[in-house]
Design a protein around this ligand. Structure first.
Ligand code: 1GP
Length: 251
């Protein structure tokens, strides 16, 4: 098993080089849409595809991953809702421990099921502290995980949770307001966590414009994830990528 994806995430974090990930929910991609998104992502120098969902009902993972891997070199990292979403076509997987919740199944249970599959594969495993933050309404992630998200304005709880994740040896913190969140995560919460931990931070959930993506980078996010907004408006890929990649040159 290699660790090239994580090494690269860590190097970019240390150099303050901000990265852009496009999240694909394999069930939701319309026929023909994947080719368009892939082309736009290549043209915009998107850094990662994250692939997965809280609940997949169509057995669509292979159909999503195969064309991406055939047509571009953008690394694909699984962002799985459960152990069934492990797929050997991916380059890596966020091994998500839902540290904002108290559901043992998502802290360690699904991991036990996935471990032997991952051990036999070439998929790079990235141990990840996954934190759900209240985005203003219940999301598929909060419902499917049977957990209560951290309140939107409770920065202290979020900071303590992230610190505990780091002390447990997790390698990355993923802060998520949930797909389609009404309110994305506040910059003040991102900044508060950034101040207390040294790990790369991924931020997503409800981000739908370049300005918000940029502000999140400024607050300390290393990777910005956008899914929903891009599914609705693929042209956003270009402007959000430009904003994120411009960060180092203007700050
Ligand atoms: C959700 O972080 C992701 O898990 C992205 O959310 O689909 O709202 O961009 P959106």
């Amino acid at each position: 098993m290699t660790n090239s994806l994580y090494t690269s995430l860590l190097n970019d974090h240390q150099k303050h080089q901000k990265k852009f990930a496009v999240l694909l929910d394999p069930d939701k991609i319309a026929p023909g849409h994947l080719e368009i998104l892939t082309r736009k992502a290549i043209d915009a120098s998107v850094d990662y595809f994250f692939v997965g969902g809280s609940l997949l009902v169509k057995d669509s993972m292979d159909d999503c991953l195969a064309p991406i891997k055939a047509n571009c070199d953008i690394p694909v990292i699984l962002f799985p809702g459960n152990a069934y979403q492990v797929n050997a076509k991916a380059d890596g997987i966020f091994f998500l421990s839902l540290i904002s919740g108290r559901n043992p199944e998502l802290l360690i249970g699904q991991h036990v099921i996935a471990a032997p599959l991952l051990k036999e594969s070439d998929i790079e495993v990235i141990p990840t502290g996954y934190m759900l933050i209240n985005g203003g309404a219940p999301t598929a992630a909060s419902y499917m995980s049977s957990t209560t998200p951290i309140p939107h304005d409770k920065n202290d709880i979020a900071v303590c949770t992230a610190m505990a994740g780091e002390m447990l040896g997790l390698k990355l913190i993923y802060m998520d307001a949930g797909s389609g969140a009404r309110n994305p995560i506040s910059e003040s919460m991102i900044a508060a966590i950034r101040e207390k931990i040294d790990l790369p931070i991924v931020v997503g959930g409800g981000i739908c414009d370049a300005e918000k993506a940029y502000l999140n980078c400024k607050a300390g996010a290393d990777v910005i994830v956008v899914g929903n907004a891009i599914e609705k408006e693929p042209d956003l890929i270009t402007e959000i990528a430009e904003a994120i990649h411009s960060f180092e040159t203007v700050s």
